[in-house]
Design a protein around this ligand. Sequence first.
Ligand SMILES: [Zn+2]
Length: 466
Amino acid sequence: MKLYNTLSRTKEEFQPLNDKVVNMYVCGPTVYNYIHIGNARAFIVFDTVRRYLEYKGYKVNYVQNFTDIDDKIIKRAQEENVTTKELAEKYIHEYFKDADNLGIKRATVHPKATEHIEDIVKFIKILIDKGYAYVVNGNVYFETAKFKDYGKLSHKNIEELQAGARIEINEEKKNPLDFVLWKAQKPGEPAWDSPWGRGRPGWHIECSVMSTKYLGKTLDIHAGGPDLIFPHHENEIAQSEALYGQQFSKYWMHIGYLNINNEKMSKSKGNFFTVREITEKYHPEVLRLFMLMAHYRNPINFSLDLMDQANSAYERLLNAMANLKHLLTVCKERELNEEEKRIVEKFEEYKKEFEEAMDDDFNTADAISVLFEMAKTANINLSGNSSKELVKYILDMFLKLSEILGLFYRTVKTDIDDEEILALIEKRQQARKEKNWKLADEIRDRLREKGIILEDTPEGVRWKRM
Ligand SMILES: [Zn+2]
């Protein structure tokens, strides 16, 4: 399996430190608002990476933090007249609502910055002792000039970084690239005790501290959005490698940018969507499919028109699976004939193609094309006369492969498992046979309340979730 490493700028063979375990850290949201679709792209992509690694047999320790103290949180809490803790708790709750909706699995640990202040203080103290950090007026800064590899992730030298950095007027810093590890308390701000006076951690330090605490000094994969390469991840490397003298992460994965209507996403331009807004209009799996239909490193353009197209694509796949589910109820058990055995071989090839696409730097775009091929082949070759065994085999493969992408599994699988729904559909069929239209309609309404839509076809009834 190959993956593209931002650190080497090449596709490398994936070899975790331990053959059976992958330790993976993904930078999580700053919890002062609902997550936007740019955040969602990163979380969906890396959830898919995790799912595929698990499919390959690895145990994945997946850590994703919550930044629950920073300037934006403080400002927003003041505006809403709540504590920063209350604000953060609220948006952590909302994050989980959106993430669950999008099929993003819970991390092994979701650590919060404010629950690791002691570890953070300890970490900074050693950086000062080792000569990598300095204290000015209760603020602590990391001295980037002391870390010789500074810039290795963004592939820039110090001069290029300085030229590109937003010049912030701060006379306390020895060098504009130095960054804050600990911020002295300003009036009205939440603060914790430290050897340098009361204050709070800077942003970058929490990820160095919490990743090491839960995953060890060298991670297998560290991942995040493209805007995090510099300075956030560059600074994480500087802090961790200065402290431990060993590589911080073997692989660095970054997604491409997400634009809206071909422009950079920006709140001030009104060019901005939260996940909540989009999933009120579309099934959450449509947004997930949309994100995975592009290669994760490519830029992606988002618009409602493109979401409509993704919606049609989603329906095509969903209908193919609904059709298979329907065939399961009408097809008879019998041995596979020669033609059907060839179809099985064809589907084994599809499975191989799917895995090859995913093995090649998680090419979900190609993997999804394979699902469409599978749908086409199933639609053409299967009918009410097919062997039930064949139908079951193909439906199982659809579910297994789409579960890797976090798609369909919940929607389609629940239907099959839901005996109550199946029993109601059967009861309605019986009522129709007996021309008891009143009962048949009542059952249809009850199913509708459960979010199930029925469609009567010459071959019997089909159903899908709304
Ligand atoms: Zn981070």
